[in-house]
Design a protein around this ligand. Structure first.
Ligand code: ATP
Ligand code: MG
Length: 171
């Protein structure tokens, strides 16, 4: 198994393109209430998890929920693509402002795998250029994410490493 040690109290930021398996990974390793997803928050403010015009409002809500949980000392996982540095920077700032550790878990799957999975999804209608752009952002991110203030950056390369991951909560 691939050991992934995350803070028992703190923030875990998932990073991965659409279809990389973030929500599936989060479901497998964390309690439902520990996971806050951008899609869920988009649904809350727009009645439509795919309404991209609701993104700013959705992230305001996401940060409010995450901040509240961190203040209350609860492990919290952010399930959003987070392939852009600015998105990660906001979350690092949020963790800092609550004096908790923040780790990143990067799901680095081939673009073709993610695209193939997305084709099968009734809940997603991303054009291939969106996935391609996210993949470009992710690859760029790999070179800089270790300098962004995360305590640890766990990069899971490929489907097999993701499947072999075991999460340990550090006390
Ligand atoms: P999004 O950013 O669009 O929310 P995501 O990263 O959360 O995407 P998931 O919803 O977890 O991705 O997975 C996308 C699709 O791929 C789903 O249909 C899911 O069942 C499938 N999938 C996820 N992980 C695996 C896996 N390890 N093996 C096979 N299929 C998988
Ligand atoms: Mg998801």
């Amino acid at each position: 198994p691939v050991q992934v040690r995350v803070p028992a109290i703190g923030l875990v930021v998932l990073v991965g393109i659409t279809g990389s398996g973030k929500s599936t990974f989060a479901r497998a390793h964390f309690k439902p209430t520990e996971v806050v997803s951008s899609d869920f928050c988009r649904g809350l403010v727009a009645d439509d998890e795919n309404d991209q015009s609701a993104t700013t409002d959705a992230f305001d809500v996401l940060e409010y929920i995450v901040g509240t949980r961190l203040r209350r000392g609860l492990l919290t996982v952010v399930d959003a693509t987070n392939v852009q540095p600015a998105a990660r920077a906001s979350l690092v700032r949020l963790a800092r402002s609550h004096d908790v550790l923040v780790d990143a878990i990067v799901l680095d799957v081939p673009e073709a795998v993610a695209a193939e999975r997305n084709r099968e999804r009734p809940d997603r209608d991303f054009r291939s250029h969106v996935v391609a752009r996210q993949h470009r952002d992710l690859k760029r991110s790999l070179g800089r994410v270790r300098k962004e203030g995360f305590r640890r950056v766990h990069v899971l390369h490929g489907v097999d490493e993701i499947a072999a991951a075991e999460i340990t909560r550090e006390r």
